[in-house]
Write a protein that binds this ligand. Structure first.
Ligand SMILES: Cc1cc2nc3c(=O)[nH]c(=O)nc-3n(C[C@H](O)[C@H](O)[C@H](O)COP(=O)(O)OP(=O)(O)OC[C@H]3O[C@@H](n4cnc5c(N)ncnc54)[C@H](O)[C@@H]3O)c2cc1C
Length: 284
């Protein structure tokens, strides 16, 4: 279908973008790569009066270092994320997960910030942001504020972004000496995750000193597998210890049932994928 008619704003700075969003009131939609928004508009599930396209806002693109963090601009495309040397060095989990997102064409247009702001429970990047303890910088009429990943994803397709706010950048702590792996299960290449697991693990003398595990598509928002993290912390980095900790991956989850998988199958998958993700992160 063709989208309902809408006005189009193409700001060239963040200030102009904030003005365009404020002028549009409740009926404005921010457009990043358009890879999720345009299909929704074509189905007429969204009929904004104005689309404020951030493509020309150069200050929202790119990756930079800032002390003990790397900072990823919201409009950095998935392809640029995959190729970025800072991400490769300090948070390779992001590049690994982004490589599994859709196909080359979508990755060329779709953006890091757009995927996070869209907050699809099957999206691959929210669980990665949780596992890396990322922080989200939002700009709005009242200035800037920073929201931890744990508070950003509020509900199904719903984030902490308030009216008139734009996601500007995401700050990711540098992870030096950590092992990481993203384990995604889908039926065909380039499809959305049925379930996926983002594992981030630091070992010391053969034991797991710290573990952060993010789950994709195991509820209306991405989740941390707290039971697994608790069981892994202080455990030996062995296959048996990891398997026994991973058995707790479904605790506290509420996955949906759909044509791809029933909820109980997703819960089973979470335990298997967590075992694989953690084993790979510790180098087993
Ligand atoms: C065929 C196909 C397959 C896909 N497969 C996958 C997959 O396997 N895994 C996966 O994770 N994703 C997948 N995606 C989604 C893809 O990652 C999109 O790029 C992403 O969901 C949206 O990014 P975007 O930049 O296109 O955002 P848009 O579509 O432009 O925007 C998405 C939403 O976020 C809001 N938004 C965007 N940017 C901002 C901002 N800076 N501040 C505030 N709000 C903002 C918009 O208003 C809109 O509501 C797929 C998409 C397609 C079309």
């Amino acid at each position: 279908m063709i989208p309902a008619p809408f006005a189009y704003a193409a700001p060239t700075s963040l200030d102009e973008a904030l003005q365009a969003v404020a002028a549009g009131g409740e009926d404005v939609k921010i457009m990043a790569g358009g890879q999720s928004l345009i299909p929704v508009m074509r189905l007429r599930l969204a009929e904004p009066e104005t689309a404020a396209d951030l493509t020309k806002v150069a200050e929202l693109r790119g990756v930079r270092e800032d002390g003990d963090a790397i900072v990823i601009g919201a409009m950095t495309t998935h392809s640029d994320v995959i190729a970025d040397p800072l991400i490769k060095q300090f948070a390779p989990l992001i590049a690994e997960a982004t490589e599994t997102v859709a196909d080359r064409q979508v990755r060329h247009r779709g953006t890091f910030g757009g995927a996070l702001a869209h907050a699809d429970p099957a999206g691959d990047l929210p669980a990665v942001a949780l596992a890396l303890d990322a922080e989200f910088v939002l700009a709005g009429p009242g200035g800037r504020r920073t929201v931890p990943a744990a508070d950003f994803f509020v509900d199904y397709l719903t984030t902490a972004l308030g009216e008139g706010e734009i996601l500007v950048e995401v700050r990711v702590p540098k992870h030096e000496g950590w092992g990481m792996h993203y384990e995604k299960f889908n039926r065909v290449a380039q499809a959305w995750s049925i379930v996926a697991v983002a594992a981030c693990v630091r070992t010391e003398g053969g034991r797991i000193a710290e573990a952060r595990i993010g789950l994709t598509n195991m509820g209306p928002t991405p989740l941390r597998a707290r039971g697994v993290e608790e069981a892994l912390t202080g455990a030996e980095a062995t296959a048996d210890a990891i398997a026994s900790a991973a058995a707790r991956a479904a605790e506290g989850t509420s996955p949906s049932s759909d044509l791809n998988a029933q909820a109980d199958y997703r819960q089973h998958l979470a335990t298997v994928l967590t075992r694989r993700a953690v084993s790979s992160a510790v180098g087993l």
